[in-house]
Design a protein around this ligand. Structure first.
Ligand code: F6R
Length: 616
């Protein structure tokens, strides 16, 4: 979602601000803007609907000079994506500029009060109230102290925010703060930086500091940063975080798009995650932070997630129930938070799966589970994310930066991470012997090579993509653990190719969706070898009888599928059916990408979507 950047120091601010915003493009946005303090002590900037590339051109024409400034990419919530609603927003005097991520929930009330006091608003956003509140404080009780003015303004806000504020009267100073929306700062010889995540900062430093909720940081041009906590105390040892990946990990490195790069990085991501896991507890999972007795006492697991991460949760359920024999419920976070009647049995572990660690619904659900007395275990990809900070234990999936909005490598890594959790739980409660754990781990270790084999067959996906030409809809089918793969395949196709895709457990097709079928209608059937293979074949026959084109994801050597189906996306034999989803889904990721490219779409930045969904 929205992105914040800010800089004060020796270099021209606009250069890094624009580069930083470009790095944040992956979060999803619809407009962008920058504002710098000019050498003559005035604010000047540009903002526009559309891409950072357009902003760059406008900034070039406007010739923005100044060594202190802020920038923003906006994902519209309040007000349409237009030039006037883009950030930064200015106060009435034009000497204070703000950028904001999050939502100001009481903005209407504040706006009414501010307008009654004579403030003039120039946008339809909730964010603009902040500029006017800082203006009031600056003109009144906090004159000369920007940090105090920002604190004063924040005291009147309800909601969530990551804010960066520049004021032409204190050139060379930026004040930033957060509540519920991430913000990191970095101090370098060149100056001080702020951003809503570590991505833009990785080009200037490997060490960043996280702000806690309601911390107020003042960034100075000499690179120093003063942080004061919510009680007004100086924070002398802020939490430092090492960026442990090379900045090049977030660059294309020869690939045509990030989605292609990230799909191909999956084998290495899984290898990293599995390295060194076997130990005296069967599976070493210190990240869980629960002792053997607490683990053995668990009677129920609730998995909470959204979107693709929810699909990882569906596979996790199968693994935990099979290996640890513990019943699992998988819940959409957005539904769970408002389900007042939800019953949580004693000895329940809550597992939140979130690649970004910042999804507002998932965070709210995790807080609710903690409030109900459950331990919360987070499976996430982003170091120091809010989910990781708030959880009792965190397993980082170590997939590396995922820039394409559509999740691919984080998804398979989440699945494999949940397999490790299932093995750990099964060993702790005595359902699995050490030998069994070893055997399952050995099977998991086959995943990277199996993935490599599927990647080498991308030509099959390219060929199958032609079946979607000139089509308006499609159906994805699978049974048991493969139904999660079907759901994920349909989601991938929808989000990047804008083609309608309906996913159903294959046996449910006859209860409604079969009405969609007509000659040439594309049906993707996930039908690997296993105990439901023949049942799924019957569903494929039902599709073929109605003239549908069936694209089957099937195990190598499946002659029946090869004979009947129009396209086969072959999956090598897997040692255990539980790992098939982590391997077969690569075909569906590549298929979605080829269909989207065929239609001429930008696969990395699908319309309307955001990488981390920080609003409920
Ligand atoms: C789809 C996708 C989304 C996310 C969802 C949850 O490709 O990425 O469906 O899975 O927004 O995000 P996280 O995992 O960050 O909580």
């Amino acid at each position: 979602m929205c992105g914040v950047v800010g800089y004060t120091g020796k270099r021209q601010a606009v250069d890094w601000l624009l580069d930083g915003l470009q790095t944040l493009e992956y979060r999803g946005y619809d407009s962008a803007g920058v504002q710098v303090v000019s050498p003559s002590g005035n604010l000047h900037g540009v903002k526009c609907a559309g891409r950072v590339a357009i902003l760059r051109e406008r900034a070039h024409t406007a010739n923005l000079h100044g060594t202190c400034g802020i920038g923003h990419t906006r994902w519209a919530t309040h007000g349409t994506p237009t030039d006037r609603n883009a950030h930064p927003h200015l106060d009435c005097t034009g000497r204070i500029a703000i950028v904001h991520n999050g939502i100001i929930e009481n903005y209407q009330q504040l706006k009414r009060e501010l307008m009654a006091d004579g403030h003039e608003f120039r946008s339809d956003t909730d964010s603009e109230v902040v500029a006017h509140l800082v203006e009031e404080a600056w003109a009144g009780p906090a004159r000369g102290d920007l940090a105090a003015a920002v604190r004063n303004a924040c005291d009147r806000l309800e909601g969530s925010w990551a804010l960066a504020v520049a004021c032409a009267d204190v050139p060379g100073e930026l004040v930033v703060t957060r509540l519920g929306s991430p913000l990191v700062v970095a101090s370098t010889d060149d100056g001080a930086y702020v951003a809503s995540d570590v991505m833009p900062l990785s080009s200037v430093t490997s060490r960043v500091f996280q702000l806690d909720d309601r911390d107020i940081a003042t960034l100075h041009a000499d690179g120093s940063i003063d942080i004061v906590d919510r009680d007004g105390r100086l924070v002398s040892n802020p939490v430092a975080m090492e960026i442990d990946w090379d900045a090049s990990a977030a660059r294309l490195g020869g690939y045509s798009d990030f989605m292609a790069k990230e799909i191909s990085e999956q084998p290495e991501a899984i290898e990293r995650l599995l390295a060194g896991r076997l130990g005296k507890h069967g599976i070493e999972l210190d990240e869980l932070k629960l002792g053997k007795e607490e683990l053995a006492a668990l009677r129920h697991v609730v998995i909470i997630a959204c979107g693709t991460s929810y699909h990882a949760g569906l596979t996790a359920k199968v693994a935990i129930e099979r290996w640890a024999k513990i019943p699992v419920s998988v819940e959409y976070a957005s539904e769970f938070i408002y389900d007042d009647d939800y019953l949580v049995p004693d000895h329940t572990l809550c597992v939140v799966i979130t690649q970004s660690g910042e999804t507002a619904d998932t965070l709210a659900a995790a807080r609710r589970m903690r409030g109900m007395g459950c331990d919360v275990f987070a499976i996430t990809n982003v170091l120091g994310s809010t989910a990781a900070r708030e959880a009792d234990g965190t397993l980082y999936v170590q997939a590396g930066p995922e820039v394409a909005v559509a999740s691919t490598k984080a998804y398979t890594a989440q699945m494999v991470a949940s397999f490790l959790l299932a093995l750990r739980l099964g060993f702790a409660n005595g359902r699995l012997t050490r030998d069994e754990v070893e055997k399952h781990l050995h099977d998991l270790e086959q995943i990277p090579d199996l993935m490599r084999e599927v990647l080498s067959r991308r030509w099959q996906d390219k060929q199958a993509a032609r079946r979607f030409r000139h089509k308006g809809s499609s159906l994805f089918l699978g049974r048991n653990v493969s139904s999660a793969t079907a759901f994920e395949g349909a989601l991938k196709l929808k989000e990047i190719s804008y083609l309608h895709a309906e996913a159903y457990p294959a046996g449910e097709m006859k209860h409604g969706p079969i009405a969609l079928l007509e000659p040439g209608f594309p049906v993707v059937a996930v039908v690997p070898a296993g105990h439901v293979h023949d049942k799924t074949m019957s569903n494929i026959q039902e599709c073929l009888a109605r003239g549908a084109s069936v694209i089957a994801v099937a195990t190598d050597g499946d002659e029946r599928v090869a004979k009947l189906c129009q396209e086969v996306l072959g999956v090598p034999n897997c040692p255990d059916d539980i790992i098939v989803p982590a391997v077969s889904v690569l075909h569906l990721q590549m298929l979605a990408r080829y269909v989207a490219r065929d239609r001429g779409y930008d696969v990395d930045k699908p319309r309307n979507l955001a990488k981390s969904v920080t609003v409920e």
